[in-house]
Design a protein around this ligand. Structure first.
Ligand SMILES: Cc1ncc(COP(=O)(O)O)c(C=O)c1O
Length: 448
């Protein structure tokens, strides 16, 4: 395999050239002493600065299921930049984002037909929280200001999302700012160890929502926010009946149900949205990641018509109904990229491809269970989590694993001591075999 373009020049100035950028979620000092960088990408591969291929088994960061550097997206972006590079998103608009909202609405579950565009998953989550508060106020329940979330959740890094999150490192320094968020237990259970697909046990964990209602009063709770599959925390697939039960409780108590589908959205579970894979329709869905196949930042909140209408129709004529928005909301270039990405997903039937490749993918990943270092494997659709035995300091081994994988020619994300595999939908079986081989050999290199 050759790099699609000439490799970029090596870092000629050594550490001096790296000193001004502060990298997110990265040990900066380690990175700068031994950087692991990508210089280019094409289809299923990244290429490092020397042109060495690195198979992308993480779809970038869950962003790029259609493969890298798709000409159709590049051309759409180029044309958009030459025709309308920017349009203010307040009081003005442009046709592309309306076209995009229509296209996404066609993919969404029935009844969820309004799209509010933003630029990141974190913005989508905080926007969804505000929509929930605005809705409760509009329907005469302004006292409903609390949110129920879940342990081991990841809902981005803005203050609302951090308060919802259930991962301690993300919370410990920042979670005291936004109050009124309470957490259900996560859905990991010993009995479900090594189960791929939806586990049998754990439906009753949804009754944590009832306990929180009993403790705090439904009249104080605006919404329950969950990832259908908790992704970043290591792929916790909802037990059978769990999401249904959450839906039932929310409906009975006037609580909005929000699915954070920032990772799941656009085919990761084999359907356009996890909501459809699991047959449960929430009131709001957040989405980001694959909306433009990773080419341009964009995200959105999909809102049930009844929620949107309650907010919009409760405002006086001529008034702004929702005091919220971003300079980059519905950016024309991002809209053009998203439309081109959706065309690719449709024309190449990539969600169906994800669905049909999933069986083989999960079967092959499951073979890693025989390695002594592996302590659990979970998965659904084109997403799997592999837990490795801690070396005593949580996260250290997982971190070393992803560095070793890069050196061995494989890219994926680790969280703590869990490797998260999220193959591109354009993978062939050989790419899955290659992923599993590199994982196996790298895991074996740790010894027992
Ligand atoms: C479920 C979920 N919500 C929100 C986010 C935050 O998205 P972003 O990093 O685009 O702000 C993520 C990111 O991984 C996510 O997985």
């Amino acid at each position: 395999m050759n790099a699609p373009h000439a490799p970029l020049s090596p870092l000629t100035t050594g550490s001096a050239s790296l000193q001004h950028q502060w990298l997110p979620f990265t040990p900066n000092r380690e990175f700068k002493s031994a950087p692991q960088m990508f210089g280019s990408a094409k289809d299923q591969y990244f290429y490092d600065l020397d042109g060495r291929p690195v198979l992308d088994a993480g779809s970038g960061l869950f962003t790029t299921p259609a493969g890298h550097c798709r000409a159709e997206i590049a051309e759409a972006v180029h044309a958009q930049l030459l025709s309308l590079d920017f349009s203010p998103s307040f009081l003005r608009a442009h046709p592309k984002s309306f076209e995009l909202s229509t296209r996404i609405a066609q993919l969404l579950p029935q009844g969820i037909g309004k799209l509010f565009f933003v630029s990141s998953g974190s913005e989508a989550v905080d926007t969804a929280m505000k929509i929930c508060l605005a809705y409760q106020r509009a329907v005469g329940a302004p006292g409903r200001t609390m949110f129920v979330s879940r342990e081991r959740a990841y809902h981005g890094v803005n203050f609302g999302g951090v308060a919802l999150s259930g991962m301690v490192n993300n919370r410990r320094a920042f979670s005291n700012i936004v109050h009124g968020v309470v957490h259900m237990r996560d859905t990991w259970l010993e009995e479900n160890r090594y189960v791929t697909g939806q586990p049998e046990h754990g439906r009753e964990l949804a009754d944590d929502l009832l306990r929180l209602i009993l403790l705090h009063g439904a009249e104080n709770i605006a919404a329950c926010v969950v990832e259908p599959i908790a992704g970043s925390t290591g792929v916790l697939v909802p037990p059978k009946g769990y999401l249904e039960r959450l839906r039932e409780i929310c409906t009975a108590h006037g609580i909005l149900l929000v699915f954070d589908e920032v990772i799941c959205g656009f085919g990761r579970t084999g359907e356009a949205f996890a909501s459809q894979s699991f047959g449960v329709t929430p009131d709001l869905i957040t989405m980001a990641k694959a909306i433009t196949n990773g080419a341009v930042p964009m995200a959105a909140v999909a809102v049930a018509d009844h929620v949107h209408d309650a907010i919009v129709n409760s405002a006086p004529d001529g008034a702004i109904e929702f005091f919220h928005g971003y300079t980059w909301s519905a950016h024309p270039v991002a809209s053009a990229a998203a439309l081109a990405a959706l065309d690719i997903y449709r024309d190449e039937r990539l969600f169906e491809r994800a669905q049909s490749l999933s069986g083989y993918f999960l079967e092959q990943i499951a073979t890693l269970a025989e390695l002594p270092i592996v302590t659990d494997i979970r998965g659904y659709g084109m997403l799997a989590g592999i837990d490795v035995q801690s070396d005593g300091k949580p996260g250290r081994r997982g971190h070393l694993l992803q560095r070793k994988l890069y050196d061995a020619g494989l890219h994926l994300k680790t969280t703590g001591d869990c490797a998260i595999v999220a193959p591109q939908f354009v993978f062939d079986r050989e790419h899955i075999d290659q992923t599993v081989d590199v994982l196996r050999n790298t895991l074996l290199s740790f010894g027992a």
